[in-house]
Design a protein around this ligand. Structure first.
Ligand SMILES: NC(=O)c1ccc[n+]([C@@H]2O[C@H](COP(=O)([O-])OP(=O)(O)OC[C@H]3O[C@@H](n4cnc5c(N)ncnc54)[C@H](OP(=O)(O)O)[C@@H]3O)[C@@H](O)[C@H]2O)c1
Length: 259
């Protein structure tokens, strides 16, 4: 049984799933360090979260850049109070891979592969020495299918996080791999993804996803797929023959490609 307490650093903590983590942790009395690019959104989130009586600090940093990641690495190394890290910041990537413009893909790799890899290493070093800590990595059920490069990036996160849990087993550091399905946030509109073909009953709220995750952390688990419907879909994606999974991805993609 894990007790969730202390100070959490949340990347992408100003909106969506990250903000839901911030709210749920603040309700549990956890102090917060929120990281994202937009200072005004960070300030607004911090003001609301302080109403729970916790300390909230903000760090404006672009995690798709070396300089931005260095700011956060330094913050983690300098503060022994930070005992929870949520590697959450991310953005959609609905772009063809055969293109002359690879910039969005490289940005996706910087933000959703390089940054969480570096922050997990920085946090893991401090936490392993201390013999305690929690690292929550936000992967995706999308990482189990074949939806563009986004799936490939999230497949990396799902696997990296499982491997990290194995590496840190027995050290007192708990690693949680969160695989959300579709969650109502700004994510799809920001990425200009047409999500209208997704049936409304499939969508999850960010609050529900986060509550399921924190409960799984408290139970000492290392992996969570919130909701029965996405547990079932994840099971199918794991055990169905791969050609079937690729075919099903093609069906979902058809609805999305209409912009
Ligand atoms: N929504 C879904 O259906 C869904 C499903 C599965 C997995 N996920 C994953 O969940 C995570 C959070 O997604 P969300 O739905 O909560 O998205 P969101 O509502 O768009 O929020 C994204 C957050 O990340 C921050 N962010 C984006 N780019 C950043 C950068 N370069 N540097 C620092 N911060 C950055 C944003 O703030 P700024 O823009 O101000 O920087 C914002 O706080 C992502 O990793 C996503 O891949 C989402």
């Amino acid at each position: 049984m894990t007790v969730i307490t202390g100070r959490a650093l949340i990347t992408g903590g100003s909106a969506g799933i990250g903000y839901a983590f911030a709210r749920a942790l603040a309700r549990r009395g956890v102090d917060l360090v929120l990281v994202s690019r937009t200072e005004s959104r960070l300030d607004e989130a911090a003001r609301e979260l302080r109403e729970h009586g916790v300390e909230v600090e903000t760090l404006a940093a672009d995690l798709a850049t070396d300089a931005g990641v260095e700011i956060v690495e330094a913050r983690i190394g300098a503060d022994p109070q930070v005992n929870i890290i949520v590697n959450n910041a991310g953005s959609g990537l609905h772009e063809p891979s055969v293109t002359t413009n690879l910039a969005p893909h490289l940005h996706g790799v910087d933000l959703m592969v390089k940054a969480p890899m570096r922050l997990a290493a920085a946090a893991g070093l401090v936490m392993e020495q201390r013999g305690s800590g929690i690292i929550i990595n936000v992967g995706s059920v999308a990482g189990m299918i074949a939806m563009n490069n986004y799936s490939a990036i999230k497949a990396w996160m799902n696997t990296f996080s499982d491997a990290l849990a194995l590496e840190l087993r027995g050290t007192g550091v708990q690693v949680m791999t969160l695989l959300p399905g579709w969650v109502r946030t700004e994510f799809h509109s920001r990425a200009k993804v047409n999500a209208s073909a997704i049936p409304s009953w499939l969508w999850l709220s960010a609050d529900r996803v986060v509550e399921d995750t924190l409960k799984a952390v408290e139970k000492g688990k290392n992996r969570v797929v919130p909701s029965k419907r996405f547990k079932l879909l994840a099971l199918l994606a794991s055990y169905a023959p791969r050609p079937g999974v690729v075919w099903a991805t093609g069906q979902i993609k058809k609805g999305r490609d209409e912009r």
